[in-house]
Design a protein around this ligand. Structure first.
Ligand code: 1GP
Length: 232
């Protein structure tokens, strides 16, 4: 499946009307909304416009506790299991729990793993954590297995937005062989060929953000490539 990541600092509510139409035509499966840091954008406004313009499910992908709105369909409740920052493993979750309980949002427990992409990313800086080295498949496998054993429903492996290198197929294959829960892969995916390679390696959901901000038409090629795999 294909998820489009919408960063409210880069995509305005007005842009979301056109994005919603294009994503519906292309057969996008999910919108993820969020960012490591926001300066001017509004998660709430972006989610509201996407919800009005499409029937594609909108899931929050929050960089922090301020990026939560009940207008979305659900929330990736991210525990940053590749890092050792207690606030992002459990602390923020404790603070958010009573609000989320009342919000009506579907809360999806997600083991979030940062993988090194060859350059420092906003998310590693903002989270005070080191990513898992690009070629240390064994560490990625053990981390994902631990996440599954802790009861997480999803593993999201992220090279970070605008990553120089996306996550290697060999790491995705090794993690795929080791866990049964769905795997989300994002960061630095800029072509239909790369998206297809990542799906064939074992990703259940591919996330595209930056590349679409530069070339919106890419959405059709990437979606066709991702969905053709299921049809084969
Ligand atoms: C980042 O996985 C997402 O958290 C998407 O990355 O913006 O590089 O596509 P890109």
């Amino acid at each position: 499946m294909l998820a489009v990541l919408v960063d409210p600092d880069k995509t305005s509510p007005a842009d979301c009307i056109e994005l919603g139409t294009r994503a519906t035509e292309a057969g996008v499966d999910f919108f993820f909304v969020g960012s490591s840091i926001l300066t001017s954008g509004s998660v709430e406004s972006v989610v509201e416009v996407l919800k009005r313009s499409t029937s594609i499910p909108v899931l929050l992908f929050p960089g922090n506790n301020m990026q939560v709105t009940p207008a979305a369909d659900g929330l990736l409740f991210l525990s940053l299991i590749s890092g050792r920052n207690p606030d992002l493993l459990i602390g923020s979750h404790v603070l958010a729990a009573p609000y989320l309980k009342k919000s009506g949002l579907e809360v999806i427990s997600t083991g979030y793993m940062l993988i090194d992409s060859g350059t420092p990313t906003s998310v590693s800086y903002m989270s005070y954590t080191f990513p898992i080295p690009h070629d240390k498949n064994d560490i990625a496998v053990c981390t994902a297995m631990a996440g599954e054993m802790l009861g997480m429903k999803l593993i999201y492996m992220d090279a970070g937005s605008g990553a120089r290198h996306s996550i290697s197929s060999s790491m995705i294959e090794d993690v795929r062989k080791s866990i049964d829960i769905p795997i989300v892969i994002g960061g630095g995916i800029r072509s239909a060929e790369k998206a297809e390679e990542i799906c064939r390696a074992g990703a259940d959901i591919v996330v595209i953000g930056n590349a679409l901000e530069k070339n919106p038409e890419l959405l059709f090629d990437i979606s066709a490539a991702v969905h053709a795999i299921h049809a084969n």
